[in-house]
Design a protein around this ligand. Structure first.
Ligand code: SAM
Length: 267
């Protein structure tokens, strides 16, 4: 997915402030973590949830942050630690194959990753084994494609440019937007949902339609787009900016990212 150094760097610079950092703050606040807790961040990416959790649990706590991608982990490791935050240990592994100690974590997080797991039941079984019996799993998943103006704009731009096959990635991002489906997947993985809520994630900073090219380039589509002829790329960039302009209000993009948060306990 984010397998190149450039892809991981753009993810951290653009997508993290746009959507993943504001979501991480809400998800971790929702978890009400105790000081000194042991936390697992599954599919940590560039580590935003791990860092927010490390601040919440303080220096006596401990965070284990795992991801399959070494390029994402390289960025995570390079981020500065806040003073007074718990240490973060990074592990490169697919969650399905992770050799984690059993029954030690008070909380596990999985922000915007369950939709990408090839074997969600195996992944969830691995998380369940690592959690303490009273531990909780906190999952964040985006709402539907139609609810996300950025996805709508990118899809329309790709379709306008005859690049329908490129829209498959966006569909995958939103694949688990349905709470009934997610409840079923969690159940199959040995979890019971205790609480679920719909949340609207508001971006950090101000974004404009003219950011369209940067935003496209920060998605895992970047490698495919880079392989297009320069002229086609320019037309797509223009189309994306034009489509985004439909969501401009008072001179800036009016973006909000509906999501669902789930708190689940081992069954
Ligand atoms: C959209 S990113 C989310 C990253 C992070 N949770 C965040 O909120 O910024 C999805 C991440 O899932 C990771 N991933 C996908 N499949 C995985 C697996 N089976 N095991 C571990 N990590 C995985 C990818 O490498 C990527 O970093």
């Amino acid at each position: 997915m984010f397998t190149t150094d450039e892809g991981a760097r753009r993810y951290q610079e653009i997508l993290v402030p746009l959507m993943f950092a504001p979501s991480a703050r809400e998800l971790v606040a929702d978890a009400n973590l105790a000081h000194g807790a042991r936390v697992l961040d599954v599919a940590t990416g560039t580590g935003v949830v791990a860092r927010v959790a490390a601040e919440a649990i303080g220096s006596t706590g401990h965070v284990t942050a795992l991801d399959v991608s070494d390029t994402m982990l390289a960025i995570a490791r390079s981020q500065p630690a806040s003073s007074g935050a718990a240490p973060i240990e990074y592990i490169q592994s697919a969650i399905e194959d992770a050799a984690l100690a059993s029954g030690i974590f008070h909380a596990a997080f999985c922000q915007q990753a369950l939709q990408f797991f090839d074997e969600p039941a195996r992944a969830l079984a691995s998380i369940r084994k690592a959690l303490r019996p009273e531990g909780r799993l906190h999952v964040a998943l985006w709402g539907s494609e139609e609810e996300h103006s950025l996805t709508v704009a990118m899809q329309r731009a790709l379709l306008e440019c005859g690049l329908r096959e490129f829209t498959a990635f966006l569909t995958k991002v939103h694949r688990l937007h349905n709470p009934a489906l997610v409840n079923g997947i969690l159940r199959q993985g040995g979890f019971v949902v205790e609480r679920q809520e719909a949340v609207d994630i508001v971006p950090d900073g101000t974004w404009h339609a003219s950011d369209g090219r940067r935003l496209l380039a920060a998605t895992p589509l970047a490698a495919k787009l880079a392989a297009l002829p320069a002229e086609k790329r320019a037309v797509l960039g223009d189309a994306c900016e034009r489509q985004l302009d439909n969501f401009t209000k008072d001179g800036a993009l009016d973006l909000c990212f509906p999501a669902h948060f789930y708190i689940a306990r081992p069954a």
